[in-house]
Design a binder for this molecule. Structure first.
Ligand code: UT7
Length: 323
């Protein structure tokens, strides 16, 4: 059977780094509070000339280089974002243009922080359905542009950046010994909208709006949602949590990551954590963490890697793959 395997990864982070201390001059907060409650120490913030499309393009070029491929080899670009360059066209199409691609097709996915997992699953279906052989899956965000910088309960949590992977069709045996994506699980529940949303949009206020979050409420639901989809992919494949080599969770809060790993029975040394470096970068968080672990030679060919994310909507999802 056809499997979708990762053959390249790439990232792009804005030049400017903002530390926790930098917030102390304009809101009532402290480095100690942010580190203790979230694990975040710094985040990258896009300058005027850096956009979701430019960061996405850079990450895509690096993933292509890592895969030893060129844009000519790509059939489809899926870009996950909640902060597109324009309301339309899709930022994926702008990245397609920036890469000099005049063939194939491109579209955006909007599932907020779960966007990259939704994107991977969608790419996998296109590959296994025969619509594409090689797909660029990008998570790119400039959340700094939708933050209320006077709200200390949200503005310290998020950052900007992009991560990308190239997925390609390979032959598998249909067993869990195959390389590539082995199982995915996606969920959403619109009844929880007011807990995490942006208070604007083209069809309502006609403005971009700003991020609003009831952090404690999101926190209460997070671990349950994460373990729900993770247990689903483990059940689908018969893989036990102890057999996983790496757990690459969405990077929103170190306490959520620790509690999820503990509940699932995943050892601490198998958990990839980058929230300290990047903050919560929404759809970019999982590919940024994945690429970080790959660059440190931690994730190796043949390893079983579990990805998960949850975010606004609510949306949540998990993917199990063999590297
Ligand atoms: O990717 C999408 C998913 N999003 C998430 O996963 C976020 C989930 N939520 C969280 O990570 C946590 O709930 C937060 C980090 C947002 C907040 O941590 P918490 O332990 O739940 O704190 P809290 O909201 O219960 O607030 C505790 C106190 C409050 O003061 P009072 O009411 O106890 O006097 C807040 O006003 O901390 C205060 N506080 C702050 N203090 C200093 C809130 N933000 C700050 C701040 N600096 N930046």
């Amino acid at each position: 059977m056809i499997r979708s395997a990762v053959c390249g990864v790439g990232t792009a982070l804005p030049r400017k780094i903002m530390t926790n201390k930098d917030f102390e001059s304009f809101i009532d907060t402290s480095d100690a509070w942010i580190v203790q409650r979230t694990g975040i120490r710094q985040r990258h913030i896009a300058s005027e000339d850096e956009t979701t499309a430019s960061l996405g393009e850079k990450a895509a070029r690096r993933a292509l280089e890592d895969a030893n491929l060129t844009p000519d080899d790509i059939d489809l670009i899926i870009l996950a974002t909640a902060t597109p360059n324009n309301t339309f066209p899709a930022t994926a199409v702008e990245v397609q243009y920036r890469l000099g691609m005049h063939h194939g097709f491109a579209f955006d996915i909007q599932a907020v922080c779960s966007g990259f997992v939704y994107g991977l699953t969608t790419a996998d279906l296109h590959i296994r359905g025969g619509l594409a052989k090689r797909v660029l899956v990008i998570g790119s965000e400039t959340f700094s542009r939708i933050l209320d910088w006077s709200d200390r309960t949200t503005c310290v949590l998020f950052g900007d950046g992009a991560g990308a992977v190239v997925l390609e069709a390979i032959e598998g045996e249909g067993t869990i010994a195959d390389r590539g994506i082995l199982a995915s699980s996606l969920r959403s529940d619109g009844s929880q909208k007011e807990k995490l949303y942006v208070d604007g949009g083209p069809s309502t206020t006609g403005t971009v709006g700003q991020l609003r979050m009831q952090g404690r409420e999101v926190f209460k639901h997070a671990v349950g949602m994460i373990t729900d989809v993770v247990e689903d992919v483990l059940n689908q494949t018969g893989v036990a949590a102890e057999e996983l080599d790496w757990f690459v969770p969405h990077q929103a809060n170190k306490r959520i990551i620790d509690a999820s790993a503990k509940k699932l029975g995943i050892a601490e040394e198998k958990v990839v954590v980058t929230v300290d470096l990047h903050g919560n970068t929404s759809a970019a968080s999982v590919p940024l963490a994945l690429a970080h672990a790959v660059s440190q030679d931690r994730i190796k060919r043949g390893d079983l890697v579990l990805l998960e994310a949850m975010g606004g909507g609510f949306t949540w999802g998990a993917t199990l793959l063999r590297w």
